[in-house]
Design a protein around this ligand. Structure first.
Ligand code: ATP
Ligand code: MG
Length: 388
C-alpha cells in the first residue's frame, strides 16, 4: 500500500540562512542510511519525500527514524492528482482503518497545488461522503476521530493516516563535535545519544585497566559504540589503559579519594584528546546525587580538572528510571546491563568520601610523583577504533 514517506523537520531550527545547510546535511544523512535500499528522494512543493516500493517502506521507516532533525514521518500512498484515483486511494485507506478498529473518521485536505480545482474544505467534505457511501463507516467525527485521513495535494497527492513522531533535535554535525566519556554502564551511552540528538557529532573515549579489567570489558564498550553508530555514523572510540596511574593513586594517596582522583585522570586525558582532535566539549553520564562522586562536592573536584572546554552532563537532572527508559528506547540497555568490570571499581574504596573538598583532593594528587609523565605515557599508548 505505502509507496512514499513524507519527512517533516523541525521548523524553528530551519529558519533563515541555516535552512539550506540543514537540508543538505539531512539529505546526505538519508542517502547514507539508505545505502543499498531501492528508493528515490524527491522534493514536492518544498516537502521531502522518500519514494519506494511497499516492501521496503518498513525498513526505510526503521532507519529514517534514527535521523536527528526529523520530527515526523508520514507513511503515505502517493497517487496522481486525478480525482478518481484519489477517491479510490482514500477509500482504501479508510477501509484499512476500519479493519484496524476505527469506527469514525475525519478527512483533512491541504492543497498547496492551486492548479487542483477543488477547494480543500469542499473536497474534504466530498471525500467524507464518498467514504460514508462506499465503506462500512457510518460516522464522521470532527473532534478526536478514531482515524484522521490526511491528504496533501502537491504535484502528486499524498494520503496518510498515521504520522509517526521521531526524535526531533538537530541534524548531526550542525552544532559541532563532542567527546563522550563512555563506560560500559547505562548512563554514558544515553548521554552520548542526547548530545547527538542536539546535533553534536559525538565520538567516544573509554578507559580500562587491563589486565585488572578483562578484554571483555573493552569489547562491551566497543559493542555499545557500535549501537551508537546507528545514530552517529562513522563514530570513533578511543581507548586508554589507565592502570599505571591508578596503581600510583592506590599506593600513594588517601584511599577514600581514589574514585575522585581516578575521575580526574579520565577528565584530564579526555580534555587533552579533545583539544588535539578538535572536540569542542566533553560529555559524561553523570546525574546529580546518583553515587558518591556525583554530589556537588564530587562534581566540583571532577570539573576542576578540566581547564578550557565545557563539560556537558545531559543527564544531570534525570532519574535513573528516566535514563533507563531512554537506554531501552535506543537499544543500549540490554548491552549495558551485561556484567563487566568498570575500571573505576578496581581500586574503589569501601567508603568513598561523599562530599570531597577540592583542596584535599589537590593535596593528595601532589603526592604522586611523575604524574604528568605517566599521563603522557598513557595518552601515547591510546588505541583507536572506527565504526561505520
Ligand atoms: P555509567 O552508567 O555511564 O557508567 P555511572 O552512573 O556508573 O555512569 P560513574 O561510574 O560514576 O557513573 O561514572 C560517571 C561518568 O564518568 C560516566 O557516565 C562516564 O561518562 C564516565 N566514566 C566512568 N567510567 C568510565 C570509563 N571506564 N571510561 C570512560 N568514561 C567513564
Ligand atoms: Mg559506571
Amino acid at each position: 500500500m505505502y509507496n512514499a514517506l513524507g519527512i517533516s523537520y523541525g521548523e524553528l531550527a530551519l529558519k533563515g540562512k541555516n535552512r539550506g545547510n540543514f537540508e543538505r546535511i539531512l539529505n546526505t544523512r538519508i542517502r547514507n542510511i539508505l545505502k543499498g535500499t531501492d528508493y528515490k528522494l524527491i522534493i514536492d512543493s518544498s516537502k521531502l519525500y522518500i519514494l519506494s516500493d511497499q516492501e521496503n517502506i518498513d525498513e526505510i521507516i526503521r532507519k529514517v527514524k534514527k535521523i536527528f532533525g526529523i520530527v515526523l514521518i508520514s507513511p503515505s500512498v502517493r497517487v496522481d492528482n486525478d480525482e478518481d484515483e484519489i477517491k479510490k486511494a482514500v477509500l482504501e485507506a479508510a477501509e484499512r482503518a476500519y479493519e484496524n478498529g476505527a469506527r469514525n473518521f475525519k478527512v483533512e485536505v491541504k492543497r498547496s497545488n492551486k492548479k487542483f480545482q477543488k477547494r480543500s474544505m469542499d473536497f474534504a467534505r466530498e471525500l467524507g461522503g464518498h467514504i460514508l457511501v462506499n465503506s462500512k463507516f457510518e460516522h464522521v467525527k470532527m473532534k478526536n476521530p478514531d482515524v484522521m485521513i490526511y491528504l496533501e495535494i502537491r504535484n502528486s497527492t499524498y494520503i496518510c493516516t498515521e504520522k509517526i513522531k521521531t526524535y526531533g533535535g538537530l541534524p548531526l554535525g550542525t552544532t559541532g563535535k563532542g567527546l563522550v566519556l563512555l563506560s560500559g554502564g547505562i548512563d554514558s551511552p544515553v548521554a552520548a545519544f542526547m548530545m547527538a540528538k542536539r546535533g553534536m557529532f559525538v565520538n567516544a573515549v573509554t578507559f580500562h585497566s587491563f589486565p585488572f579489567t578483562s578484554t571483555q570489558a573493552l569489547e562491551k564498550v566497543k559493542e555499545l559504540t557500535e549501537i551508537l553508530s546507528l545514530y552517529i555514523p562513522k563514530t570513533r572510540l578511543f581507548s586508554m589503559n589507565i592502570l599505571k596511574i591508578q596503581q600510583e593513586i592506590n599506593q600513594k594517596t588517601n584511599k577514600e579519594l581514589a574514585t575522585i582522583l581516578t575521575r580526574r585522570v579520565m577528565m584530564r586525558l579526555a580534555e587533552k584528546l579533545a583539544k588535539s582532535r578538535g572536540y569542542g566539549a566533553l560529555i559524561t553520564g553523570e546525574s546529580l546525587g546518583q553515587v558518591a562522586s556525583q554530589t556537588i562536592g564530587g562534581l566540583t573536584c571532577t570539573n576542576a580538572s578540566v581547564k578550557d572546554i565545557p563539560v556537558f552532563r545531559p543527564l544531570i537532572g534525570m532519574d535513573k528510571t528516566e535514563i533507563m527508559d531512554i537506554a531501552a528506547e535506543i537499544d543500549t540497555y540490554e548491552k549495558s546491563i551485561e556484567p563487566y568490570e568498570d575500571s573505576c571499581v578496581i581500586f574503589a574504596p569501601k567508603h568513598p568520601v561523599t562530599n570531597p573538598k577540592l583542596e584535599n583532593v589537590l593535596l593528595e594528587e601532589e603526592k604522586i610523583e611523575g604524574y604528568d609523565e605517566i599521563m603522557e605515557e598513557i595518552y601515547n599508548n591510546m588505541e583507536i577504533f572506527t565504526f561505520e
